[in-house]
Design a binder for this molecule. Structure first.
Ligand code: MSP
Length: 510
């Protein structure tokens, strides 16, 4: 039987900034979803990459006195090596300067042009380099771009327009009929609001005159223009999934077909419009079905301000690994942010959460259970003797946690999944406290009960390892190894090892 396919993407990150907490969050969520699907027998595939064209890149490169190509090479290498270092590398990493991607973009442009989706027009308006687009009234606050707080330039250009506006009715209908299409709900409503009030939308300019910007992919039907960076960037999802622009949309490879039918995108809330509005219409123009689901998360803030390159308040994943261990940071990211809402980052909050959840709760359960098994049962999982309802309840709890974890991950709410796992761990800690096997083991008439307690505690650790594997792969593998590496059963050799989640302490920068 062939495996079902799962396909997830992160945004492709602008190659003008080093990887920070915002990029790391989305990449870690994608990695978690991939691991969870693999655990359930899926053929799971993920795409990430770097977005390397556009004016922002030219600006950033000029500031450093290098050319955009060199900047792109350097930054994309820094993304790939960071993802490798923290073990979250995607199945496929796309650079928009890759030849295969450029060929796809040109093939798609030619095809949609031939099919009447692109029109040449004269355009005049207010342009923001930060957004890489012309602004509308609603983008302005006191004459400045609301996102970048800079005064836009008045520009007049010959532009090629993607005739998107004629599809707004179709798109609204699609979103209304598919409540799962954009999640969480608030972002679905936001997208519907954009479509209801079209004054903020219109046709999409997809070209930039080369006289002004040469760092981009040439339009195949007019070599004096390059492709607008968003049109280019969104197509990286297709390139990453194995799309071949030289073939018709209905003549793609089976791998691509399976991936596309399952496609899910993860994004931050600032890029809702291109993903919720432009992208489904672009797909329609290409002759492909809309993606399956779009999952939108909020911002990581430091002191109530969005983490960003321009504010210089970036939190580096490698620095966090250095200070606290990567899985501690990974745990914090997944547990602290309610997917869909903003979250605050501080090392104080990280230390507090990691100590409470990992050191005191999970880590403590692992070490006390394995210690007791070594001490009282000669280092092997004991056989149960006459288990009662409380003992069996441990496994019922495990089943309930599994259900909650699966439902939460299906809905891309990793924080709820981890909350369920930690509740299960607390319940097992309470069970062990209540049974006090270190006491019952001392009396001949209750020694059997101690063995039963430790048997069920070991089974619970096995379940915890499986539940945790997508979230904390290294720690989960370590728990499984200490339990003997196979199915947890009476007689399996255990080893207690060093503390799995040592308490962490705040590192103050010198
Ligand atoms: N290149 C575009 C995406 C093209 S996708 C076809 C882009 N790049 S970005 O590097 O600026 O941002 C990439 C992602 O990082 C976005 O989803 C954005 O929301 C996310 N984040 C950037 N800063 C963030 C935080 N402070 N917090 C959470 N995520 C944020 O946009």
């Amino acid at each position: 039987m062939t495996k079902p396919t799962y396909f997830v993407t992160t945004p492709i990150y602008y190659a003008n900034a080093e990887p920070h907490i915002g990029h790391t969050y989305t990449t870690v969520v994608a990695d978690t979803l991939v691991r969870w699907h693999r655990q359930r027998g899926y053929d799971a595939f993920s795409v990430s990459g770097t977005d390397e064209h556009g004016e922002k890149m030219v600006e950033a490169a000029a500031k450093r006195g290098i050319d955009p190509e060199a900047l792109a090479r350097e930054t994309s290498a820094s993304f790939t090596s960071t993802w490798r270092a923290i073990d979250v590398a995607p199945s496929k990493f796309i650079r928009t300067s890759d030849d295969v991607h450029k060929r796809n973009v040109q093939a798609v442009l030619q095809k949609v042009y031939d099919n009447g989706w692109i029109e040449q027009r004269e355009y005049e308006g207010l342009y923001c380099i930060g957004c890489e687009r012309f602004l509308t009234e609603r983008d302005l606050v006191d004459g400045k771009c609301r996102d970048h707080e800079r005064v836009p330039e008045r520009r007049r250009e010959v532009n090629y327009f993607f005739r998107m506006s004629r599809e707004f009715g179709w798109l609204r209908d699609h979103i209304e009929r598919h409540p799962e299409f954009i999640r969480p709900e608030r972002y679905r409503n936001e997208a519907l609001a954009m479509l209801r009030d079209e004054s903020g939308l219109g046709d999409l300019s997809i070209s930039r005159p080369k006289s002004r910007l040469s760092w981009g992919i040439e339009l195949p039907f007019d070599r004096d223009h390059v492709c607008y960076v968003w049109f280019d960037a969104l197509l990286s999802y297709l390139t990453g999934a194995g799309f071949d622009g030289a073939r018709a949309a209905d003549a793609q490879s089976p791998e691509f077909g399976a991936r596309w039918a399952a496609a899910e995108h993860l994004i931050g809330k600032d890029i809702l419009k291109p993903h919720a509005i432009f992208w489904p219409i672009m797909l329609k123009a290409i002759g492909l079905a809309p993606y399956r689901r779009l999952h939108v998360h909020g911002y990581w803030n430091v002191d109530d301000r969005k983490v960003s390159k321009s504010l210089g308040n970036m939190v580096s994943p490698l620095a966090m690994r250095e200070r606290y261990g990567f899985e501690a940071f990974r745990y914090f990211l997944l547990r602290e942010m309610s997917f869909g809402l903003d979250a605050g980052f501080s090392e104080e909050a990280l230390v507090e959460r990691v100590n409470a959840d990992l050191a005191n709760n999970l880590g403590n359960l692992v070490s006390r259970t394995l210690n007791l098994v070594e001490k009282l049962c000669e280092g092997a999982v004991p056989a149960p003797e006459a288990p009662d309802a409380d003992d069996r309840a441990v496994l019922e709890h495990a089943d309930a946690a599994r259900e909650r974890v699966d439902a939460a991950l299906e809905a891309v709410q990793p924080h709820l999944a981890l909350a369920a796992i930690l509740e299960f761990s607390s319940a097992v800690n309470r069970y062990v406290d209540g049974r006090a096997p270190w006491k019952t083991a001392k009396q001949p008439d209750t020694a059997g009960q101690a063995r039963t307690t430790l048997h069920f505690a070991c089974l619970a650790l096995g379940r915890l390892a499986a539940l945790l594997a997508p979230f904390l792969p290294a720690a989960a593998a370590e728990i499984a190894a200490r339990l003997g590496g196979g199915a947890v059963a009476a007689g399996a050799r255990v080893s207690k090892g060093a503390p799995l989640f040592p308490r962490v302490e705040l590192v103050r920068e010198a």
